[in-house]
Ligand binder design. Structure first.
Ligand code: NDP
Ligand code: MG
Length: 403
């Protein structure tokens, strides 16, 4: 393997005066495992002190990660797993803790860089705790922005914590957005793979199982985000995420289906230029970018071979079969707590689909009806308002699905 070097070609590596303190929230998940893999690779050049690693169900993996990386503390979100985690860490000197409160406290421990890799709204409180403590946030969890948007970013700004987007589309935009040319940004073009049912008829989509829906054609990810890609709710969340991250109007956000997932997203400027970021569909590029930022460093992902690629395709998303994109636009237009409602209803419907209680097409139906039923209200100015909207959306979606 090629030796790690910086992109400017210098082998000159300037070690920090002290090890960088890093925490990984959701360490046992797809993003978390990839993050630890990148840290493992970067460790050849830089000293890291791993502060907190967190997970939920998979305590065996969490414990072995904590031992390998010499973490200060390992936390499972599931209080029922405390005994198992404690036993697995016995004699290692690594602290074990469990539950929501412990998770937030661990996230708030002094750290320079925190990966927000917990899935769903469950990631909001711990990520916010890390941001309030002033850490740089590598943000994979999109629900923080979808549900709490400006409130979350205001907290980050107040504590001076930088937010580095890790979601591949937003990471791509972050890379090609010329910060001194904001006024010349015309549009943000999010690419979407289209998921496994890109060219399936509705009748066939109505029959799919969670296992089929979770098999993403290009990216290897956690189960929930994979199914969200199949419904295109993942892209719907990403539109709202982009709106907050890059302070653009909803009408400036476009989605184009690009089945090869080579272009990870683009920015269109007033002079007609479109800047794209490309790479293999491997999250370690975005994670490595966030970990090395503001420099660039070697990440061992497969390099693009353009001769082998030979073609890149693009098509307009079919909003008949994938209403999620329209629902995202409607939620952005409605404002208030619509993002939290859309996400809460989607999470409830997704769980019902995974449990075999509703069909694939019922997911979008439940979200649409929940958005129609509930009032968008005012922009949330407290976390409690966000959680209340989330609770109401879940309850309403459950009621509608049971009807
Ligand atoms: P996974 O399901 O693979 O992992 C989720 C992580 O969160 C695991 O560590 C899991 O623990 C933990 N977790 C699950 N539920 C809870 C809970 N209630 N409280 C605390 N921790 C919990 O998800 P991904 O890694 O795929 O995704 C993580 C986030 O990153 C999501 O928001 C996703 O949208 C986003 N993202 C992911 C991408 C990817 O490539 N995977 C790409 C872009 C964004 P355990 O497994 O031990 O139960
Ligand atoms: Mg994405």
């Amino acid at each position: 393997m090629q030796a790690p070097t910086t992109i400017d070609g210098s082998d000159e590596f300037m070690p920090a005066s002290r090890p960088r303190r890093v925490s990984v929230l959701g360490a046992t998940g797809s993003i978390g495992r990839n993050t630890l893999d990148v840290i493992r690779h970067f460790s050849a050049r830089e000293d890291f002190r791993i502060v907190a690693l967190t997970g939920r169900a998979n305590v065996d993996l969490l414990a072995s990660q904590a031992v390998e990386f010499g973490a200060e503390i390992a936390v499972t979100a599931d209080e029922g797993k405390y005994g198992a985690l404690k036993a697995a860490l016995a004699g290692t000197g690594i602290e074990a803790a469990a539950g929501a409160q412990a998770l937030e406290e661990a996230a708030a421990r002094s750290a320079d860089w925190v990966m927000a890799g917990i899935v769903g709204i469950a990631g909001l409180a711990p990520t916010l705790a890390a941001a309030q403590a002033g850490a740089t946030i590598a943000l994979a969890n999109k629900e923080c922005l979808v549900s709490a948007g400006d409130l979350f970013l205001a907290e980050c700004a107040a504590s001076g914590s930088a937010v580095l987007p890790v979601d591949s589309e937003h990471n791509a935009i972050f890379q090609v957005l010329e910060t001194n040319q904001r006024q010349a940004v015309e549009r943000i073009i999010l690419t979407a793979s289209g998921g496994p049912f890109r060219d399936w008829a509705m009748e066939r989509m109505a029959q799919v199982t969670p296992q089929i829906a979770a098999a993403h054609p290009n990216w290897s990810m956690g189960m929930k985000i994979s199914i969200d890609s199949a419904t295109m709710f993942n892209k719907a969340l990403e539109m709202i995420e982009a709106r907050h991250l890059f302070a653009v109007e909803p009408r400036q956000i476009e989605v184009v289906v690009h089945p090869q997932s080579v272009i990870h997203s683009m920015v269109g400027y007033a002079d007609g230029s479109v800047l794209a970021q490309m790479g293999s569909p491997d999250m370690r590029t975005a994670i490595g970018f966030a970990l090395a930022w503001p420099r660039r460093a070697h990440v061992p992902v497969e390099r693009l071979d353009f001769a082998k690629l030979s073609r890149l395709d693009f098509e307009t998303p079919d909003e008949q079969r994938f209403p999620a994109l329209r629902l995202a636009r409607e939620a952005m237009d409605a404002g208030g707590v619509s993002g939290a409602i859309l996400n809460g209803a989607k999470e409830a419907a997704l769980e019902a689909f995974i449990a075999g209680k509703i069909g694939f097409l019922d997911i979008a139906r439940a979200v649409e009806e929940t958005l129609e039923r509930l009032d968008a209200g005012e922009e949330p100015d407290t976390l409690e308002a966000v959680y209340e909207a989330d609770r109401q959306a879940r309850a309403t979606a459950l009621e509608l699905m049971a009807a």
